[in-house]
Design a protein around this ligand. Structure first.
Ligand code: BG6
Length: 475
């Protein structure tokens, strides 16, 4: 078989941001407080983000990057102009739940919030871009966190459904693709940032996390069913933080560990594609001493199937039965042994283009649904030159190497809807809260302390991506 790096016209090239990391305007347009607003930059970030601080508060000593983000709320017209000039075919963003439902439990949405997204999506349409919307991208109103305990509480399912249905009714005609939750599996790894969960010392962490995950899966399934009624022409998918787990060695213990680690990620997809927990989950939960509150009615509720499987891909992971024997990859929320065959980014994330083809093949083999790569990219330090150019050959190389593997996956006969580059405009990092961890092909002038003009500048990678979208060929 000859492998070429060609992309058919139907394959969508996109760019992604998310409300929580880009919009800012945290107190404008009637928006309520969200979990992301409580997560500071700096050394106190991790305990809050991981759910160890029981009732996070705002104070004057900390800087909270989400409050201003990259001020996409006020800049979106000029940002979309730059993206349209680049030829972007699909724009992915999320809807800030607390912009529509400031406390989360209101029955009627905030009209100003609806108007903002209506205008935003119309602006995309006017520029001939398709739209992918994530309903909840690491985002839940603080009202639901404080008054209900977030996703540990079943009542939150109905509030989410009301939010989802409001969005389907308001924007169903404008939006092409929907995702119910960004990286739903991250609830197990970063509970507060991922799902608004704080866990006290006297609670059993795994019990809280798996029960919350169950509620999110019920909510997703209800939203999918409702979507099929409200928007029968549309497409709705699930999403995980992807990346296959490799065994560290051919020791069968490592191979088994890799399989189990993979299952802890992909069971979320199994439920959302097959409408039930996979056969191995009972034993995993038993081993973890988790007793899931799952009713017969829940099992019926779960019976739905998404139209496509979306995933983010930054790295493969490496599993070893005895983690104490090896160096651990720093920086990434999903723990992994350091893979001696791979280079890492400035933030310690393993760089593995071939792993993308492996991940695509393994997901398709399991689920036989069209796949959508909705995040990929390199977080790196960039230098804004005096003449306002940014030379980022490392980012171009990263994207090129990954896209070559995507092209091979197309040749593997896998239906791929498209490739969406993460952080198409520089934005606040979800893990570190930094601006200096830049992913964009567009530079945003802002630093880790929130200082900067917010001016946008095209990087070299902008022109490279523009050419690729036109040529549809990497050779
Ligand atoms: C994904 C998230 O986990 O990775 C994004 O969906 C996030 O929200 C992206 O920004 C990159 O991670 P980070 O931590 O470098 O921003």
């Amino acid at each position: 078989m000859t492998e070429t790096s060609q992309f058919p016209k139907s394959f969508l090239f996109g760019g992604a941001i998310a409300a929580n990391q880009a919009e800012g305007a945290w107190q404008e347009g009637g928006r309520g407080l969200s979990n992301i607003d409580m997560i500071p930059h700096g050394p106190d970030r991790m305990p809050v983000k991981l759910g160890y601080v029981s009732d996070p508060q705002l104070d004057a000593q900390h800087y909270y990057p989400s409050h201003s983000g990259i001020d996409f709320y006020h800049h979106y017209q000029e940002d979309l102009d730059m993206l349209a000039d680049m030829g972007l075919e699909i724009f992915r963003t999320s809807i800030s739940w607390s912009r529509l439902f400031p406390n989360g439990d209101e029955s009627q949405p905030n009209p100003e919030g609806l108007a903002f997204y209506q205008n935003l999506f119309e602006a995309c349409r006017q520029r001939k871009m398709k739209i992918l919307v994530t309903l909840a991208h690491f985002d839940i109103p603080m009202g639901l966190v404080r008054d209900y305990g977030s996703w540990r509480n079943r009542q939150v399912i109905d509030f989410y459904l009301n939010f989802a249905e409001t969005c389907f009714k308001a924007f169903g005609q404008l939006v092409d693709y929907w995702i119910t939750f960004n990286e739903i599996n991250i609830v197990l790894h970063s509970p507060f940032s991922g799902a608004g969960l704080t866990i006290s010392e006297n609670e059993y962490r795994d019990q809280v996390l798996f029960q919350a995950a169950h509620h999110m899966l019920l909510a997703s399934s209800k939203a999918v069913k409702s979507f099929k009624n409200l928007c029968p022409q549309g497409q709705i998918g699930c999403m995980i933080a992807g990346g296959s787990f490799y065994p560290y060695s051919c020791n069968p213990d490592d191979v088994w560990k890799a399989m189990m680690d993979d299952r802890l990620n992909t069971f979320f997809v199994d439920v959302q594609v097959h409408g039930e927990y996979p056969f191995y989950m009972d034993n995993i939960l038993k081993d973890k001493n988790v007793s899931l509150d799952i009713t017969e009615e829940d099992r019926q509720t779960l019976k739905s199937s998404v139209d496509f499987v979306a995933f983010s891909y930054y790295s493969s992971r490496t599993s070893i039965a005895d983690m104490s024997r090896v160096e651990i990859n720093s920086g990434n929320v999903v723990k992994s042994a350091k893979n001696p065959y791979l280079q890492v980014s400035d933030w310690g994330w393993a760089i593995d283009p071939k792993g993308l083809r492996i991940t695509i093949n393994s997901l398709y083999e399991k689920y036989r649904k069209p796949l959508f790569i909705v995040e990929n990219g390199l977080g790196a330090q960039d230098i804004l030159e005096a003449d306002k150019t940014v030379h980022d050959p490392y980012r171009i190389a990263y994207m090129e190497e990954h896209l070559k593997e995507v092209a091979k996956a197309l040749e593997d006969n896998i239906p791929l809807i498209g490739y969406i580059s993460w952080g198409i405009l520089d934005l606040v990092s979800a893990s570190t809260g930094e601006m200096s961890k830049r992913y964009g092909v567009i530079y945003v002038d802002k630093d880790d302390q929130g200082q900067g003009t917010l001016a946008r500048y095209k990087k070299d990678s902008y022109y490279w991506y523009q050419k690729l979208i036109t040529d549809r060929n990497l050779d």
